[in-house]
Write a protein that binds this ligand. Structure first.
Ligand code: DSN
Length: 436
């Protein structure tokens, strides 16, 4: 007979499983609109639970520190090849286990403590990697910031050129987490060349839009390195990626060493395999997906604007990415309105706007929305009009979220499978139920 103690932990394990199941059921009735998230395909998801998860494979295919890597090596070589093909890159590293790890590995490769780096300010939408309290600070770098055009929500070209010329950074770093418009790095080429800096573009948010040819093409606009996470507009596993056109062999070797042994030990082989499948699927479906993501974001921006929601950059078409930034200061503030949206089963995040006090990150005036996951579920412009109406009822009209929630569920009922992938029919089952 089992002891009561054993029962206690067995019950706890079952309870954890039931909470995950509850989460699945909740999200199946919701509109997930956090700009950094997405749905992995069923085929990729299956590999996350494979035996690759249980193995070690430090080093490179054919030169491992562990035996047992015969098939892992084959998959990793193919994954690298798929990444080089998709991004038309000379170099690919598919080992980073997240976007921040990719950032850290690149910083470790291209800088030494005390070097200067030029970055976008976090208040202007940069990722926390660019902050003193993030990866840049961990590497002990001296940070200088580009001036930012708050009307156009992009780096100010003349100001950035001056910063680069004056500070002579070792690395000029770009990329944002509130990433509405392409960064004009092509116009900074003269400054990059004059100071001889490495140019790095953190593409986490827009990786799929770049791969799908719908945003900008940093590797052909002056960037040596593009890095980021692989689960936002590129709908792959929670993982990271570096692709590059290294300017010489020395940079190539440094990038390689920076990742391993620089910041990685083992590199999560199950998610590397899932990434390989996601990259293959993106080569097949990515262009159409990325086009629809951007179109949906623009339609959503326009529809929200016409319903009285203050969407940033109305005069510039709201966005050229998957992201919209809303100023809801006059509607109760970001924290208050995302709570109400969540009550209506519309999942979004509060966000600092450039003019907010950075110390008030928990009570900002903004909300960030992304169109990439609803697009993955098969929604198009007609649904964006409906989504805008649902959001405006909460944000502008302060309607009872419980009433809006029933209409959210009705809209969501017809959008249960994952699109732009090889096995759309399996999706609903995988997404709703844990495998028995
Ligand atoms: N923190 C993530 C985001 O939501 O943008 C990026 O890592």
């Amino acid at each position: 007979m089992e002891s009561p103690r054993t029962d206690q932990w067995r019950t706890t394990a079952a309870w954890v499983r039931s909470r995950v199941q509850a989460h699945h059921e909740w999200f199946a009735q919701s509109l997930p609109m956090i700009a950094s998230e997405n749905l992995i395909s069923p085929l990729s998801r299956e590999l996350l639970a494979s035996d690759f998860h249980d193995r070690y494979a430090e080093g490179h295919p054919g030169k491992r520190y562990y035996q047992g890597c015969r098939y892992i090596d084959e998959v990793e070589l193919r994954c690298e090849e798929l990444a080089r093909t998709l991004f038309r890159a000379d170099y690919a590293d598919v080992r980073p286990i997240s976007g921040t790890t990719a950032n850290l590995g690149v910083l470790f490769a291209l800088t030494k403590p005390g070097d200067t780096i030029s970055v976008v300010n976090v208040a202007h939408g940069a990722h926390i990697s660019s902050a003193d309290f993030g990866a840049v600070g961990v590497r002990g770098l001296h940070r200088v910031e580009y001036p930012f055009d708050l009307q156009k929500m992009i780096v100010d070209v003349d100001g950035a050129r001056k910063v680069i010329r004056d500070a002579k950074p070792k690395v000029a770093w770009f990329g944002q987490s509130v990433f509405l418009f392409p960064t004009p790095i092509d116009q900074l080429q003269d400054a990059f060349e004059e100071v001889g800096c490495a140019v790095v573009y953190d593409a986490a948010h827009v990786l799929g839009l770049i791969a799908g040819g719908q945003f900008q093409d940093p590797l052909r606009q002056g960037a040596h390195v593009v890095n980021g996470s692989t689960h936002k507009t590129l709908p792959g596993p929670q993982h990271g990626l570096v692709v590059a056109k290294p300017r010489d062999d020395k940079m190539r070797r440094k990038l390689d060493f920076g990742m391993f042994p620089g910041v990685l030990s083992n590199h999560h082989l199950h998610s590397m395999a899932a990434l390989a499948v996601s990259l293959a699927e993106f080569l097949e479906f990515g262009e159409a997906y990325a086009q629809m993501v951007v179109r949906n974001a623009q339609v959503l921006g326009s529809a929200l604007h016409s319903r009285g929601v203050k969407v940033l950059c109305a005069e510039h078409g709201f966005t050229k990415s998957h992201t919209l930034a809303l100023d809801v200061a006059a509607n109760g503030g970001g924290a208050d309105r995302v709570e109400a949206l969540e009550q209506a089963n519309i999942i979004a995040n509060k966000n600092l706007l450039p003019w907010d006090d950075p110390k008030k990150a928990m009570h900002p005036s903004g909300i960030r929305l992304g169109s990439q996951e609803l697009t993955r579920l098969g929604m198009g412009p007609a649904q964006m009009e409906e989504v805008a109406q649902l959001i405006a009822r909460v944000i502008v009209d302060h309607e009872d979220p419980a009433v809006v929630r029933t209409d959210v569920a009705t809209l969501r009922r017809d959008f249960q499978s994952i699109h732009y992938c090889f096995t759309p029919d399996v999706a609903a089952y995988r997404y709703h139920k844990l495998v028995p």
